[in-house]
Design a protein around this ligand. Sequence first.
Ligand code: ADP
Ligand code: ZN
Length: 763
Amino acid sequence: MASSGHPAEQVGLFDESGTGGSLFADLVFPGPVSKSWRYAVPDELAQQISVGKRVVAPFGKGNRNLVGYCVGLTSEPPPVVPKPIRRILDDEPLLSPALLRLTHWLGEYYFCPWGEVLQSVVPRPARLRSGTRERVFLEAVTPSLASGGGAVLTPRQRTVYEWLVRAHQPVEMRECLRQLGASPTVIRNLIRKGYVRVVRQRLPTVLPQVEAEPVGQAVELTPAQSAALAAIETALRSGRFEAFLLFGVTGSGKTEVYLRAIEKVVAAGRQAIVLVPEISLTPQTIERFRSRFQRIAVLHSHLADPERAGFWRQIAAGDADVIIGARSAIFAPTRRLGLIVVDEEHEPSFKQETSPRYHARDVAVKRAQLENIPVVLGSATPSLESWHNVQQGRYTLLTLPSRVQGRPLPPVQIVDMRHENARPGRFRAISPQLEEAIRTALREGGQVILLLNRRGFDTYILCPACGYVVQCRFCSVALTYHRDTDRAVCHYCGYEQPPPARCPQCDLPAIRHYGLGTQKLEAELATLFPDVPARRMDSDVMRRGARYGAVLDAFRRGEVLILFGTQMIAKGLDFPNVTLVGVVNADTALYLPDFRAAERTFQLLAQVAGRTGRGERGGRVLVQTYNPDHPCIRLAATHDFARFAEQELSNRRALGYPPFGRLARLVVRSPQEQIAQEAAQLLAERFRQALRELQQRQPAVAAQILGPAACPIHRLRNLYRYHLLVLTPKPAWRSCLIRQVLEKTSLPDSAELSLDIDPLSVL
Ligand code: ADP
Ligand code: ZN
């Protein structure tokens, strides 16, 4: 876990010259180490080696072969006699010097060993050179005396040799064997006698391609779009770093601004990376880029291995102008990057939730800084981090205040569900107002989107007599009843069991199901609108093979009239015929024990509201809630992001929470509760001690050490979890404290520690 900082060996790390005299290479090995080792480069490899390639080198006492990344070349010998590198693996560097610098920074900032960072940013298929084959060619040469030349050839050898001479170019070995019926022994002997030289070349067998579309007609930019574009162009021309926040309501034409800016970049012979949330990587998004650009590469985790490796190679070779992808695309090995765009920059999916736990938006800003280029972050509901950065003068704000073509934002009506479900009778997911609105929209030929951010049928199973809630066997999480499979399922670890017929605690037969999930909504829609084609879209459906794109296409063609589901449907979709958006329950995230609960709720409401009113027919939004007076629901109803941000930021400021303070979260997990608790306690004490020591040297330093406390999800996958939050006004203080503590503290073997810098979730 501990990162060892800058060891002395790393001097001259990024010096790529290394000419003259003997050459040494600094290698980083994949795995939990940050340190680099200096090796000798044998003369015969000196031409081939370069920074960013992988090599095979002997390691440790047994000198076993390890693959390492060459991160620097130098003529400075190490203090002890270095071992020589054995072999070079890559024809082309997998990482540019700028990317190496970025990964190094990432390791330091997120406390992840450099070797591990390198291994995780280069996709496995690219490392394995998936979709390529090594081809072996034979070339006739005049034998020199030194290489045993002049040896007499057998008639068969002579035939093959003369054939190769006549070819005037290297011939693939397979071809040679096939056409001449020569045996491998003949060829081997020709090589031995110095008449034939072997040339190896790795060539792609798969050339992935995003097909080009006819060029779409260019629209005329609105004045606000023109102003935003002009600012970005000025930055592009100046060749320096600048971060822009493009704040524009849904449908205000942000994507059009990205497209225009990227056109300038491509025209100048440079590349652009466009990051979009995984869920927005729809054919719709890609199509829009296809209609403007010829050479596009797509990078995300659902590609087949050879395709993924192929796109990676194309980017590295400079054969792609625009790279569109989910968060990992920020590590695309572009040669001359000119611009980075992060669309929907507030999206939590940009944060990777396994080590290295990086946030792709933050990495994007860092990469732009390192490459001296502009970066554009776009959103209708910016993260409070980015909004704060604007207020601090670190980012430049560009605003698109209204929708294109003067279309208004849709009016939002709040439905108070406290009255609805207080009436006698059955619980209903859809209030009479919402039902009426759906009927009206359908009658007028419109389509409907309904958001319910909960999967399953019932969200918990409870005994009304003793209060027992059926929980996962491995997690402190209530099981959700799924009616389609008739199972009770844990949404955190996937555990499932048959739903109990009687209460497991008091044996009462009347155990009941409560709460509302998308499957229950499905049943209710089928009752209320039996003849209306409706489709559910949540990760349960999508897992079972119904493709996201296919459902959306059916909706676009009007074959589906009601589209309902989880947050998946809230984002990025552009369907002009959607005249009604209904939020079935606005409160699902509101009372989560997470300081971002209000921010998430606001974002979700604003985003889903943005799915309507995009066409000439206009649109409206109905929001059902049990908290009609909650400020974040009220402000979302008036589309007032600025007011919301102001209020929420003042709450955060009072607590010193992000974006005012910088947060780190340490989670200790163990199968034994006591061990987890004690280890967390020990860590907390070490942090408090480290803080006192630091304050003695630097009295200005301040930090809050919160906890330890049981995590809100106390048990997960059979492990007990305790956490500790470290909150400091300055990021440097946070790093300093963490480094101090990690260097000195070792936890019991049965406890695992994970460290999350700038955590997005504290559950
Ligand atoms: P956003 O990314 O802000 O949601 P888009 O760029 O997707 O907005 O624009 C919304 C719709 O308006 C799209 O269909 C787009 O083609 C169209 N559009 C964008 N800019 C203009 C413009 N200047 N004039 C006319 N239509 C535009
Ligand atoms: Zn579970």
